[in-house]
Design a protein around this ligand. Structure first.
Ligand code: BEZ
Length: 212
C-alpha cells in the first residue's frame, strides 16, 4: 500500500527493541519521525541511529518522538544497539521496530523490489499530532540521511501550521519567510505581520519569521 501526504499514518502492532508497540497509542498525539533502514549491523545505518540518539534533545524540544524499523528480529536489534552505543558514543534511546514478518513494511511500502526484494529502503515519515503523514522521503541504501534537514522540515511544518507563511528554498529557522499567496487582505496582513513585508512580486512577499 502506498502512503500519500495527508493520509493518516497506518496503525500497527509490532515487536520492538523496547517491547510491543501499538503505534497510534505510542504516538499519543505527539509529532513523530518513523524511519526505516535496510538492515542491522550495516555501517551507514549504524551512524544514522547513533546520530538520532544524539539528537534526542533537538527532537524533544520540538515535541518529536523517533522510531526506527528494519526487518531484523528483536534479538538482532538488541545486539546491534550495543554496537551503536559503543561505536557512536551514545545510548540508543528510542525503539527499533522488529518487522521480521514485514507487516509494517507492507503498510508503509518499505520494500521496493526493484531496488532490493528483501530489505527495507531508507524511507522516513514525519507524522503530526493528528497522525497525518506530513513528509515522506526515500533515500538509496548507500546514502545516509541528513538529519539537520529533518529538523529543518519539522521547524517549517510547525511554523507554517501556526502562521499564514511558507518557507523558501534553503530556509533555516530565523530566516525571512514568505506570506502565503492566498492571504490578500491588507488589514489582516498588517495585523499578522506588524513589522511589514517586502513585495518582490505581488505573489512573492517576504516578511520576518513571525514567531521570533
Ligand atoms: C548501510 O547501512 O551501511 C548499508 C545498507 C545497505 C547497503 C549499503 C549500505
Amino acid at each position: 500500500m502506498s502512503i500519500r501526504l495527508g493520509d493518516i499514518a497506518p496503525d500497527f502492532e509490532q515487536d520492538s527493541s523496547e517491547g510491543r508497540i501499538r503505534f497510534h497509542e505510542w504516538l499519543n498525539n505527539s509529532w513523530a519521525v518513523l524511519f526505516s533502514h535496510p538492515a542491522d549491523f550495516t555501517p551507514v545505518c549504524t551512524t544514522e541511529l547513533g546520530l538520532t540518539a544524539k539528537l534526542k534533545d533537538d527532537f524533544a524540544k520540538r515535541g518529536v518522538k523517533a522510531i526506527a524499523l528494519s526487518v531484523d528480529p528483536v534479538d538482532s536489534h538488541l545486539r546491534w544497539i550495543d554496537d551503536i552505543n559503543e561505536t557512536q558514543n551514545t545510548r540508543v534511546n528510542f525503539p527499533i521496530i522488529a518487522d521480521a514478518d514485514r507487516k509494517v513494511s507492507g503498510l508503509y511500502d518499505l520494500i521496493h523490489p526493484n531496488a532490493n526484494d528483501t530489505l527495507t529502503v531508507r524511507s522516513l515519515f514525519i507524522i503530526d499530532p493528528n497522525k497525518k503523514v506530513r513528509l515522506i522521503i526515500t533515500y538509496p541504501a548507500s546514502t545516509g540521511r541528513n538529519f539537520n534537514e529533518i529538523l529543518r522540515v519539522i521547524d517549517s511544518l510547525q511554523l507554517t501550521d501556526n502562521h499564514k507563511v511558507a518557507t523558501p528554498a534553503n530556509w533555516q529557522d530565523g530566516d525571512d519567510v514568505v506570506i502565503v499567496p492566498s492571504l490578500k487582505d491588507e488589514d489582516e496582513i498588517k495585523q499578522r505581520f506588524p513589522q511589514g513585508y517586502r513585495a518582490v512580486k505581488p505573489y512573492l512577499r517576504l516578511t520576518a519569521q513571525p514567531n521570533k
